[in-house]
Design a protein around this ligand. Structure first.
Ligand SMILES: [Fe+2]
Length: 342
């Protein structure tokens, strides 16, 4: 018997373990402008200007910089129970987290270690936040509007695709080889390009959290300000235009190396017959529409992931390596094997 999945509304928040909360606050609050909704003992709860729920990012000070957990909001309280039944049927580790025992402001929740090895929470109830969208006097830094998505490193993209399809996610875009083998996929529940995307590589690891701004000039200005302060080493890649998603982007690294993407201008995916757009892995526009090279750290570096007891998890290596695919002079290139010993 197939156990029905919970009705997932959207990617809701990420909780990151950081080693120096003051340094993390400088980056996420002073530089990026996230609003501090609640400051706990060694924890900060942050959100963007458009978010009406309590938080979309939690920073918790701890001994190791890592992903603590990802969280999805589900449609009803009964969907929290459905999440528990769904992951128990898969034989995965499952914990009930009663209101008050987990994240501040979040009601009864379920935390699981999913089949990809990620700690994932499903919750319905969450405290409200004051409407800030027109509190322009409070907008700072990158003027982040909201959390948009998670991007996770996982060694088997097809397995990740199958798991999220079983949770009812649609697929907006893929990167595929000539035999349609999956190098990456973008999957959604809310009506945008994605709530979660998969980057091939050793995993489970967190590649980045995506934070949405309203306009591309906010992405550009953020890069300018990092440069002005001599903090340009926090800028890893971009600004640029993605082929996949069409988003305008810049990737930054926080003081612990956690990666964030400032992201704007993707598109609507809510029609029931929305079709997957498929990129060939040899199309050099897929990762940057202008053909700018992707630096190696972006492909290779990512945050470790904790298990439900807070221990760093081991990773498995990926079979496919998108960074080893070479693009040739004809603009389409060839799928080359990495040289031996490279
Ligand atoms: Fe992203």
């Amino acid at each position: 018997m197939t156990v029905p999945p919970p009705d997932v509304v959207r990617s809701a928040y990420a909780q990151l373990a950081v080693t120096d909360l003051a340094a993390a606050r400088w980056f996420w609050v002073d530089m990026l402008g996230l609003h501090v909704q609640h400051a706990g003992d060694r924890t900060l709860y942050l959100r963007g200007t458009d978010e009406l729920t309590h938080h979309s990012l939690v920073l918790r000070e701890g001994p190791v910089a890592a992903l603590d957990h990802l969280a999805y909001r589900v449609r009803t309280a009964a969907d929290v129970d459905r999440a528990e039944a769904f992951f128990r049927a898969l034989g995965r580790p499952v914990r009930r987290v009663p209101a008050g025992a987990g994240a501040h402001g979040v009601g009864d929740a379920v935390r699981v270690l999913d089949p990809l090895g990620f700690p994932v929470e499903f919750f319905h109830e969450i405290a409200r936040g004051e409407r800030l969208i027109q509190r322009y006097d409070l907008h700072r830094g990158a003027h982040i509007a909201r959390l948009d998505h998670f991007n996770i490193c996982t060694p088997d993209i097809s397995a990740a695709y199958d798991h999220y399809r079983s949770l009812g996610f649609g697929c907006s875009e893929t990167i595929e080889g000539d035999g349609h083998e999956l190098y990456a996929a973008w999957m959604y529940r809310k009506q945008t390009v994605h709530d979660v995307a998969f980057t091939g590589g050793a995993g489970p690891r967190l590649h980045h959290v995506g934070m949405a701004t309203h306009e591309s000039h906010q992405v550009l200005r953020t890069a300018d300000v990092f440069g002005s302060l001599g903090k340009e080493h926090h800028i890893e890649r971009g600004p640029g235009r993605h082929g996949v998603s069409n988003a305008f982007y810049v990737y930054l690294r926080d003081p612990d190396g956690h990666r964030v993407e400032l992201y704007t201008s993707d598109y609507y995916t809510g029609d029931p017959d929305h079709e997957t757009f498929r990129w060939n892995v040899r199309d050099d526009r897929r990762r940057d529409f202008w053909g700018n090279a992707v630096i190696e750290s972006w492909y290779k570096e990512a945050s470790p992931v904790l298990d439900l007891d807070g221990a760093v998890q081991p990773v498995a290596e990926a079979a496919l390596d998108e960074s080893a695919v070479r693009v040739g002079a004809d603009g389409l290139g060839t799928s080359a094997e990495a040289p031996a010993g490279s």
